[in-house]
Design a protein around this ligand. Sequence first.
Ligand code: UDP
Ligand code: MG
Length: 313
Amino acid sequence: MNTPQLSVVIPVYNEEQGLQVLFDRLYPALDKLAIAYEIVFVNDGSRDRSAAILREQFQKRPDVTRVVLFNGNFGQHMAIMAGFENCRGQRIVTLDADLQNPPEDTGLLLAKMDEGHDYVGSIRRQRNDSWWRHVASKAMNGLREKITHIKMTDQGCMFRAYDRHIIDAINSCKEVNTFIPALAYSFARSPAEVVVGHEERAAGESKYSMYSLIRLNFDLMTSFSLVPLQMFSMLGMLISVFSALFFVFLVIRRLMIGPEAEGLFTLFALMFFLIGIALFGIGLLGEYIGRIYQQVRHRPRYLVEAVLEKRDE
Ligand code: UDP
Ligand code: MG
């Protein structure tokens, strides 16, 4: 029991309606794999009965269940981080609590790992999300791949398997804002992907709005790449060269044609365009500075209220 072959890490936030169904499907699915496993639930400060339900489940299966209880809501990725720090398996699978990915497919991920991969991502077979999420995620994927060189067909899917050495590397990172699949990818020797099933959320509702999806993507690009920032200095350079040429052009016109007052609105348009770019640039700088600020504060990334686990005698 000391080092199970498999740890399944599951973040839980206000999932009281879905948890029982999850237990009913997850435990039998893992029992069927016939390997030593443990399930690590991380309650991310749920305000419903989720924590109580997890406690009950721990009483029922203390041999294979661990529960980490946060005393606040620190976000899905911090919850997974805490799960990583509290798991002991040789291989680690992350799974959402909402059953959008069937736990029965865990075997598929592990089989792919048997082929010698240390990171197995997943692609949702057919996505049952709303259309705008579909379009948005396609666009973001392309952009992310260009900027960060992280190849991930389906970044929204958390159902992934990692080798122990990747988890150890992640545990040694002290990043405040991060996107775990991308972080893990950057440590992987031989990443692979498999296709897994995908279902509509069984119960409860999605914790992500359009706004938080945009935030997540900003985090993703700025945490893993300096390209957005560098693009800005390149753009700034191009614009200054262009403005310098424009200035020379105006000076020549002044000398040849004499004073003229037309073209005022062209100048306005040009100016607003440049102001817009400048504002965006300042915002982008802010993204990085904000990140530095969060990092230098050295606040604990999450606070654990209790860990329910069976003590090994
Ligand atoms: N989650 C979490 N903390 C949060 C938000 C979400 O632990 O602040 C968990 C949630 O319980 C679920 C997983 O993260 O297990 C994915 O959340 P959700 O299904 O709402 O995301 P979506 O599938 O809509 O991307
Ligand atoms: Mg979900």
